[in-house]
Design a binder for this molecule. Sequence first.
Ligand SMILES: Nc1nc2c(ncn2[C@@H]2O[C@H](COP(=O)(O)OP(=O)(O)OP(=O)(O)O)[C@@H](O)[C@H]2O)c(=O)[nH]1
Ligand SMILES: [Mg+2]
Length: 313
Amino acid sequence: MDLTIVIPLFNEEESLPELGAWIEKVMLANGYTYEVILVDDGSTDASWTVIETLNTKNPCFKGIKFQRNYGKSAALNEGFKAAQGDVVITMDADMQDSPDEIPELRNMIIEGGFDMVSGWKKKRYDNTFSKNIPSKLFNAAARKSSGIKLHDFNCGLKAYRLKLVKSIEVYGEMHRYIPVLAKWAGFRKIGEKVVEHRPRKYGVTKFGWERFINGFLDLGSIMFVGKFGKRPMHFFGLWGTLAFMAGLSIFIYLTVSKFFFDQTGMTQRPLFFFAILAMIIGTQLFLAGFIGELIARNSPERNNYLIETRKGL
Ligand SMILES: Nc1nc2c(ncn2[C@@H]2O[C@H](COP(=O)(O)OP(=O)(O)OP(=O)(O)O)[C@@H](O)[C@H]2O)c(=O)[nH]1
Ligand SMILES: [Mg+2]
């Protein structure tokens, strides 16, 4: 199969028929063998009925319906599990992403050798102030901490090599950081393509301002987990040692100056409290490190390597 198109959606009944027809047109024009996996994330409108109708008319349109709303990441993850095409495309259901971009995205994977290509909504049709500025900030932070040179991490329109989507797990709100997940999984060739962004025609936006705060929190976690998830002691142990050593040195200095240089009582000096605090924090960090190690060692993921090729085995 040439293509799998995964579309996570939540309450998009008006957009779906038009989107379906448009995708069908593009697929036909390019002669692709394809499937469209529509993941209905507990919609409360008629989205599922529309998906069933699409499937009756064209069995290439398939659907998954969640019992309740689990979030975009969960929907993408489920779509990725079911995907079969050599190239997997994700796109939004609200028709802000154009299916006309699909052939070019696919070519960049198949001929351009990219593992993943992310869309870049260079010209956006959103409320400029409330969205564009936080989004620029967010992307700059993601670029800086991940080292991936993308302008638009959170663009819904992306293309992946099948192997990539089978080797990552998208959970929580991590759909914003799939490029980072891909990089951690060892897929280095991550490209970018300027894509057309269209104004929302039907329905309403599903994400509010909390997305930005959550987005930054998730960026912090993903960078931490990616770097120290399998060796938490290297983080906590380092800072624990530094804090403890700093406290201990001050403590020794205070003791020496009291007994050998006859300074006033140790406990009257502010440094004393700093020394105690630093040693307590240091010990706490160490304990956090040990607990982290216990968790990491019990994790079923601990030896989840991705093997590229084998020889003689
Ligand atoms: N599976 C799933 N999909 C969702 C959820 N919320 C939004 N989506 C889908 O994610 C896509 C993007 O959501 P939008 O609300 O359009 O977000 P946006 O494009 O950043 O915002 P607008 O520019 O205002 O449309 C759409 O296809 C939504 O249907 C959700 O909770 N679960
Ligand atoms: Mg949208």
